[in-house]
Design a protein around this ligand. Structure first.
Ligand code: DGY
Length: 320
């Protein structure tokens, strides 16, 4: 009998076809399945889970007595209770390394879109409201040769620094748990304390993982430390930002604008007050979502799953 696998949300079809050769798959394509009989039944029998953003906590694990591995199709793993998985000797894996450039492209796109007001001006043209001369209140702000502050200098932070330095001649400040000498040498980045980064940067880009330590780390006090002309970009996780504080900072002019790829609740409620503001550009958490990158992430996740179920060391095991 083939081992049973629960597939949750985004796994590339080509990878699914490969997995089907060795495993018996049951797929769930959206959040609504949680708590349903079919989902609970699949959990009861499953040997492995592969997918995106399934909240794996004690409650779910109690329903999955045969589970050996949870293979996340993402680099972030704030959806997994690693302590509980480790206690139960269940492997947890993620997909680092294959999405850094793709995500950095998206974050830079968001930064440019916010600075140059691209979505708003696109709408002007498409709505037939292109007046012969643009008004100064429709101008954007320069990105090139400005100061970019990156909070969280992991692999994606580094790929953003590379683009900023070589592509846009920006000065780079960064704050991180530890110094990254390679980034300092390659991209002339300067390490600094968070407060210094906040009050010196023209663009502040948040790229830290979601942990207890980073929960709402960008709050009213932090936005007040930023320049009034600065732009805030969140490419990390929504929980790292106090959305209410961001709303007030944008509304009161404490900061100039923001671009966010992530929200505290995803999908965000259409009534989220942030969505009413003109000076915010939003994306539906698509940092790594290109055809190529999603395929590569799914391939790595399948490799992790396969290794785990074959009792070999998974390439990107989180809980050693
Ligand atoms: C990641 O890989 O963590 C992306 O944000 C998708 O969740």
């Amino acid at each position: 009998m083939k081992p049973k696998i629960l597939v949750y949300m985004r796994v590339d079809d080509r990878v699914i076809k490969e997995l089907e050769k060795n495993y018996d798959l049951t797929s769930f394509q959206n959040h609504e399945y949680i708590g349903n009989r079919a989902f609970d039944q699949a959990l009861k029998e499953t040997d492995g889970i592969i997918g995106l953003a399934l909240k794996v906590n004690k409650e779910l694990l109690d329903l999955a007595p045969n589970l050996k591995i949870v293979s996340n199709v993402s680099v972030g793993y704030d959806n997994l209770d690693i302590k509980e998985l480790t206690k139960r000797k269940i492997m947890a894996t993620n997909t680092p390394g294959v999405l850094d450039d793709t995500t950095a492209d998206a974050i830079f796109g968001l930064l440019l879109s916010t600075a140059r007001r691209i979505p708003e001006l696109d709408h002007v043209v498409k709505a037939g409201k292109w007046d012969i001369s643009l008004q100064p209140d429709q101008y954007g702000v320069d990105v090139h040769h400005k100061t970019l502050g990156i909070i969280g200098m992991g692999n994606i932070g580094r790929a953003i620094a590379q683009r900023a330095h070589f592509g846009f001649g920006m000065d780079i400040l960064y704050h991180n748990r530890s110094r990254n000498i390679e980034v300092e040498q390659q991209y002339k980045a300067t390490y600094c304390e968070l407060d210094d980064l906040l009050n010196q940067s023209d663009f502040v880009c948040l790229m830290v993982p979601a942990t207890n330590d980073t929960y709402k780390m960008m709050s009213a006090a932090e936005f007040k430390k930023m320049k009034k002309t600065a732009i805030f970009i969140n490419g990390s996780r929504g929980k790292n930002v106090d959305e209410d504080a961001l709303y007030h900072a944008l509304k009161n002019g404490d900061i100039h604008a923001a671009g966010v790829d992530v929200f505290e609740q995803e999908p965000t409620n259409p009534n989220n007050p942030l969505l009413q503001l003109k000076n915010i550009v939003t994306l539906p958490h698509i940092g790594s979502s290109t055809t190529e990158c999603e395929f590569n992430m799914s391939k790595l996740a399948a490799k992790n799953l396969h290794a785990g179920l074959s009792r070999k060391k998974a390439p990107s095991l989180i809980n050693e």
